[in-house]
Design a binder for this molecule. Sequence first.
Ligand code: APR
Length: 311
Amino acid sequence: MARKKIALIGGGQIGGNLALLAAQKELGDVIIFDIPKAEGMVKGKALDLMQLRPHDGYDADISGTSNWDDVKNADVFIITAGIPRKPGMNREDLLEINLGIMKDVAANIKEQAPNAFVIVISNPLDAMVYAFYKVSGFPKNRVVGMAGALDSTRFRTFIAMETGYSVQDVTCMVLGGHGDTMVPISRLATVGGVPVTDLISSEQLKKIEDRTRVAGGEIVKLFGNGSAFYAPAQSAIEMAEAFLRDKKRVIPCASLCEGEFGIEDYFIGVPSVIGAGGVENILEFALTDKEQSELNNTLKAVKKTVAETDL
Ligand code: APR
């Protein structure tokens, strides 16, 4: 069977790590695409990664390009094209610049690979994935945003740090938009099946929820220039792998809701089943009144940013 083809649109901080992880997992051949000004940079990254492969024998070709023809018929696209945040910025502050980039990227992907599965990472996430969907005209199961996967992994990390138990045994989810209004569902968080609410106090849990909501900003502040890239890259790779290997993983993703959780026609973080069919299903479950009202609140924030796209 021929190897799959993974196209990374944007070869910056997240893009470079996506290439590394995709190669290490042998998901397929990797093409890193960037603008002509950055062509040398992505060609250089690709060559560096090619030379890392012999150590563990990863059989994947990695190349860099600024020519759209080179991503023709790729199976998966992961989009990080755009600019990241600087300290003091909200993700929404990126809208104007990143929307223009996303429109261009969507039109080109539509032309080069009309049957691809597309994972959007560029921010403001919920509006960018919506923009891709509108401009490309792709079916909803083949367009998804990476946010909940990352927000949940941040929530898991903080629970593991607070309890002192293995991060591997922490299960939890964060729903809603990829902004400060996101909704960590503490009620369902467990450590090895034991409810977290029985392990730590509600004050401790509240602190963890608050830290989760602004976890991206915490890193932006520390960096002083740019935003997180290791965990975002791994989160998107989990999603790509679920698709390529038909794993039917259940991952919180920004998927198009058409009535689920009372949300109509917006991409927002909900538990999504990812397999060979792309986003195959959204798993709905009963929320408490408080959770539903928090979800309504985050939806309001998403709607506001989406309205600004004029799409
Ligand atoms: N087509 C392809 N690539 C582009 C385009 C375009 N039209 N415009 C910009 N890029 C590239 C840049 O040249 C750069 O290499 O996108 C890359 C972005 O990389 P970084 O600046 O390092 O940003 P990164 O940290 O990877 O974040 C990318 O993901 O999490 C979000 O908020 C973050 O929107 C940001 C995006």
